[in-house]
Design a protein around this ligand. Sequence first.
Ligand code: URA
Length: 213
Amino acid sequence: MTESAQTIVVRHPLVQHKLTLMRRKETPVAEFRRLLKEISMLLAYEATRDLGVTHTEIETPVQKMADAPVLDGKKLVLVGILRAGLGIVDGMLEIVPSARVGHIGMYRNHETLEPVEYFFKVPGKLHDRTVIVCDPMLATGNSAVAAIDRMKRAKPGALKFVCLLACPEGIKTFHDAHPDVPVYTAAVDERLNEKGYIIPGLGDAGDRLFGTR
Ligand code: URA
């Protein structure tokens, strides 16, 4: 794992290998979906490193244990930016199955590249919960910034952003707007092209996840 300011790049070999498989244009939808789920489980592992634990007494088949660690505090909230964010939420739920789930519907106007919100539904009373907002591609950063703006209005205890791929432009836009919110990603690619795609990237994450192209 490499950390720079608030960007945490998860450089684990399994993550990097799976990401390469996802980038290949011949990778079929089912495999792309499975790989996104697997990488998201590994990203969740990093993004939940600082969750609080408390200790409790349990009984193993052999004897009593006085100080067995268990997660402390309110359940985590995973918020997927529709629609590709669902792929990351699915994977993270595999290892945090009791997390609460919210959705933000946001599409990118293909001419202005600006986000337009059309849906917002998240759990209530977020003030003592950690919220992890998920979207695979941190490209222009505009949707992510808008989603975090929206989430901040709900006053969560802590906020994080998890993506699969980022680029320098998206990271700058994101951190300029939200220097307090850490970004977890599997890679930071070279750049954004004139159409708003990450280069070399993996194409349109939503189309590849749902087979809509
Ligand atoms: N969204 C995608 O799905 N892919 C990109 O490269 C950029 C934004």
